[in-house]
Design a protein around this ligand. Structure first.
Ligand code: HEC
Length: 711
């Protein structure tokens, strides 16, 4: 009798474990599931047969270019979105197009994918185009007119009046929790940015269900960490979750990584620790009430937004199982917190950091640094002049630049040059990390690219406008302002350069002959909605946008709208741009590796292995001694020992052994895939599907969705 009971107990236990595990054989949600672990228990493809993988089908999108999109697969249908934000549904077994939806507003912007919700026969897809959250019928791709206003909800809903015309969109799919969709948002990064409040909408009606103020209002916890007026959104904004969230459905908790406050690099208007900027914030997913927060950077002046949703994993510590949440960061740290309390599982030291020399700025005196895990990317403070790239032709020149730059880990932005490593983009990026949820192992890819950070005083910048106008024979006062040019100087110069030549190597296009390449309509859309790394521009009117376009297209205007600079929220110090530290051939100026893949045991905090990710084809010995390369887009990992990743600038797709970090198989993609793949099974066949759009990092454009399977 006793034996039978034991057997039954074991059986029940095994059964329970199994149903837990079954949740990992689908890919119905962004990055595999609500815990965002990019993890699958499907096992047809294994370490033995992975070499036989071949393209099973491809689908040609009607447009081409950068796709950061990671698809979902539900009921035999793959759903995703193209470079020009057209939502599509494909037969998951054959790639045959079932429907495609193109919003008239679409054509520009970035989308990392769609969200899926169903109840009975009501099946819906959610996508954001410009400022609209859109609901489509998953069966035929038609707008669901009963959602919001004719199928759309404006993401300005729930924002203060100040922000009604400001730039807002969402580049990451919303998180479905019960009958809510909880929305990540992207806003501008300058002084005129909208606030990044977290909002949940009813999936059926589109009604706003709850709002959490990420810049707290009077009486709310955290209000004391800002100047009194900050919440009014006059010259402080953002603190938005653009990277997406993870949700623990067992406890009804949503984990929200929040970005920095705006303006990004000058915090004179926002003295204080700035809660909930740079926090991992835990809310009750049902009603948006506060549970806990953990701030990863105090008073961020480096744009160190957490770049990806956190991973929900279980770790064992001192023999005890702990439900944990792990957040990878741009600076290469991994914060591992107890999911129920927000307490770090490894000691955190508040390290004293240097003060700012910019007038009006108060850098926070300390920053939290985890004792473990150690960073998964090199830190600038560890580098010496011996770490200049051995491939550079101008080593001596680079050494001088390197020596002159401020290389302290939290060197505050200054009018002298600061060198950042990891750079603005990390470290970890939007691809985030994959994880073995039960074993507590995290797999994260990183770029190791140094970038410069330099500030300039606003007065000099006004001087620049004045001088330019004088040269054009116009004086200040009542003569018409060169509005387009002035607007360009305020909003565009940091990235596209004074003379509009951009910086091709760093990924900022030349705009001097934009008229030959794009229509006015497209440029207007880019200005409003952003594109790739470019944020849409907030705080300028329709007329002003047209002024900008006229300026870019060289149209002479008789009547021009005059812009009163004193009314435009400008930063006291402006950021001068995003140049990378490169050598005379345009390659990274620091020694390789330039791309890595690291497996971290979150039970012990130790790295299990680190491998080089990617090659630089024009450099020698890449087979035996690869350099690694820049990468965007994450890995996926399987229970049976495989890790798949594309992401690299070299345009390859690779399978690694997840236990050793050794490459098992690789193939060239039709265009580089800067996106996280998805894994699913249909009709008994296991597929890996990914978006190959190229374009980023100067790679060739592509338009293919590619699915691999065993022959
Ligand atoms: C934060 C940096 C940044 C700022 C500020 C910025 N841009 Fe951009 N812009 C970019 C990047 C990066 C791209 C390339 C996007 C992509 O294709 O991924 C781009 C692309 C463009 C394009 C499309 C170019 C092409 O060849 O396809 C236009 C047009 C453009 N920007 C205009 C502007 C204008 C006008 C402003 C000012 C209102 C502006 N940008 C401000 C970074 C920026």
């Amino acid at each position: 009798m006793k034996n039978i009971i034991i057997i039954i107990v074991i059986f029940l236990f095994a059964g329970c474990k199994n149903s837990e595990k079954n949740k990992y054989d689908t890919w119905r949600e962004y990055l595999g599931g609500p815990d965002r672990n990019h993890y699958s228990t499907l096992a047809q493809i294994d370490t033995g047969n992975v070499k036989q993988l071949a393209i099973a089908w491809t689908w040609d999108a009607p447009d081409s270019g950068q796709m950061q999109m990671s698809p979902v697969m539900v009921n035999g249908v793959v759903y995703g979105v193209t470079a020009a934000l057209k939502v599509f549904a494909l037969d998951a077994a054959t790639g045959k197009e079932l429907w495609i939806y193109k919003d008239s507003l679409a054509s520009n912007g970035t989308s990392r994918g769609v969200a899926y919700w169903e109840e009975g026969n009501d099946k819906r897809i959610f996508i954001t185009v410009a400022s609209n959250l859109i609901s489509l019928n998953a069966t035929d791709g038609k707008l669901i007119s009963t959602f919001g206003y004719n199928g759309k909800v404006d993401l300005h809903t729930g924002l203060p009046d100040e922000a009604k015309d400001k730039f807002i969109t969402s580049t990451t799919p919303g998180t479905i929790y019960k009958n809510l969709i909880i929305m990540p948002v992207r806003v501008a990064e300058d002084a005129g940015a909208a606030p990044g409040h977290v909002k949940a909408f009813d999936v059926r009606t589109g009604k706003l269900a709850w709002t959490f103020h990420t810049i707290p209002q009077p009486g709310e916890k955290g209000y004391e960490t800002w100047p009194k007026e900050a919440y009014k959104n006059i010259n402080v904004g953002a603190v938005n979750n653009w990277a997406g969230t993870a949700v623990d459905v067992k406890t009804g908790t949503i984990f929200i990584p929040l970005g920095s406050a705006a303006p990004d690099f000058y915090g004179g208007n926002r003295k204080g620790a700035n809660l909930y900027a740079n926090c991992l914030l835990a809310l009750n997913a049902d009603n948006g009430t506060y549970k806990w927060h953990f701030q990863m950077i105090h008073h961020d002046i480096w744009d160190r937004d957490p770049p990806a949703p956190p991973n929900l994993i279980t770790v064992t510590k001192d023999g005890k199982q702990i439900d944990a949440v792990a957040q990878v960061t741009k600076q290469g740290y991994t914060f591992v917190l107890d999911r129920s309390t927000g307490k770090s599982l490894f000691p955190i030291t508040e390290i004293a950091e240097p003060p700012s020399k910019l007038s009006g700025e108060e850098a926070w005196p300390t920053q939290p640094v985890p004792s473990l895990p150690k960073p998964f990317a090199r830190q600038i403070s560890e580098l010496t002049e011996n770490d200049i790239s051995p491939f550079a032709g101008n080593k001596e020149e680079l050494k001088k630049i390197f020596i002159a730059a401020d290389k302290r880990s939290f060197a505050p932005p200054d009018t002298n040059t600061v060198l950042m490593l990891p750079g603005y983009d990390g470290g970890a990026e939007y691809g985030g990390a994959a994880a073995d949820p039960y074993k507590g192992i995290l797999y994260v890819n990183a770029s190791e690219m140094a970038w410069f950070l330099k500030m300039k005083m606003e007065q000099e910048f006004n001087e620049f406008i004045k001088n330019k106008r004088k040269r054009m024979g116009r004086n200040e006062g009542n003569t018409p302002t060169l509005a387009g040019e002035q607007l360009y100087t305020i909003h565009c110069v940091a990235c596209h350069g004074k003379d509009r030549v951009g910086n091709a190597i760093s990924g900022f296009p030349n705009l001097t002959s934009i008229a030959k390449k794009l229509t006015q309509q497209t440029v207007l859309q880019v200005i409003s909605n952003g594109k790739g790394k470019m944020p849409g521009v907030s705080n300028i009117s329709k007329e002003e946008k047209q002024q900008l376009v006229d300026f870019l297209f060289g149209v002479e205007k008789k009547e021009v709208v005059s812009i009163d600079l004193s009314k435009t929220p400008v930063d006291k110090y402006i950021h001068t741009g995003y140049p990378k530290f490169l050598d005379d051939r345009g390659m990274p100026a620091i020694a390789p590796p330039w791309g890595t893949l690291t497996a971290i045991d979150l039970n012990t905090g130790q790295h299990l292995w680190q491998s080089i990710l990617g090659i630089t084809p024009n450099l020698p010995n890449q087979d035996t001694n690869p350099t690694g390369c820049e990468n965007y887009g994450g890995p996926i990992v399987t229970e049976n020992g495989l890790l798949f990743i594309a992401a690299t600038k070299d345009g390859m797709f690779r399978a690694f052994n997840k236990y050793t970090g050794k490459i098992l198989w690789q193939t060239k993609l039709p265009a580089a895939s800067f996106a996280t793949p998805a894994m699913y099974s249909v009709n008994g066949k296991q597929f890996i599907v990914m978006a190959c759009g190229g374009e980023k990092l100067g790679t060739a454009k592509g338009n293919k969705i590619v699915a691999f399977a065993l022959p």
